[in-house]
Each structure stands twice: as C-alpha cells, then as structure tokens.
Design a protein around this ligand. Structure first.
Ligand code: 5GP
Length: 118
C-alpha cells in the first residue's frame, strides 16, 4: 500500500497539528490519544513513512526497528506502567478497523484492562 503523506499522524510528525507529546527521539514520537480508551492511552509512531506493522517490519532498517521498540518500552517506563502492567495493540488493515494509515502502537494502562476482545 502506498503511504499517504497527508495522513493525520504524518501531519503530527511534521508539527502541522498539535499533539500532547509524551516522548520523542530520532526513531519515534509518542503522544496521548485524542479519545482515550484507558486512563493512560498513548500512541507511539515511528518517524518513517510506514503504513502498518507489516510494512514497517518488512522495509524499515534494523536500527529503526530497534529504536522504535526501545522507544515504546521507554514510554511504558516513563508513564509508570511497568510495575502494574500495560497492553500494546496495533491495528493493521480494514478488518482491524485501522483508521490512520501510519503504523502506530496503542499503549494502554493505568487500570485493570479486562479481556482483550470484548
Ligand atoms: P487506529 O484505529 O488507526 O488504530 O487508531 C487511531 C487512533 O488515533 C484512535 O485511537 C484515535 O482516537 C486517534 N486519533 C485520531 N486522530 C487523532 C489526532 O488528531 N490526535 C490524536 N492525539 N489522536 C488521534
């Protein structure tokens, strides 16, 4: 799938629209979801133009993949979620309901989250 450079997360990366930044480094940007579904709901996105996790895994460099997942772990730590636990979800494609075509990981925490598919 071709990457759409006008998608909302690309615009957030370019600072064209604001977001509540949690963490940023050379590999990733993390910001609070605009419609949180848990007490803590952060989106972590890579800085490169990847549509989904399959695209990211197949085409990003090893350094970019490592840097991204390290950033996810840093965000969980910075949000104080490592002791009580947290959940990561990444929607990919139509069946998942993926809304924004820029690879992202949802990080949920801050409470007991219940069953995964409810
Ligand atoms: P998806 O369904 O693609 O996995 O999730 C996209 C997420 O992006 C949703 O949870 C939605 O609330 C969030 N979102 C959509 N637009 C914006 C925005 O402009 N700012 C922020 N912070 N989150 C957004």
């Amino acid at each position: 799938m071709t990457y759409d450079h006008s998608n909302i997360f690309a615009r957030i990366l370019r600072k064209e629209i604001p977001s509540r930044t949690v963490y940023e480094d050379d590999y990733a940007l993390a910001f609070y979801d605009i419609a949180p579904q848990a007490p803590i709901h952060v989106l972590v996105i890579p800085k490169g133009p990847y549509v989904s996790i399959a695209d990211f895994s197949a085409t990003a460099s090893a350094d970019d993949i490592t840097g991204f997942w390290r950033a996810v772990a840093k965000v969980a730590e910075a949000e104080g979620l490592t002791k009580d636990g947290f959940r990561l979800i990444s929607n990919s494609g139509a069946n998942s309901g993926q809304e924004v075509p820029h690879f992202h990981v949802h990080l949920f925490g801050g409470a007991a989250l219940g069953p995964l598919l409810s």
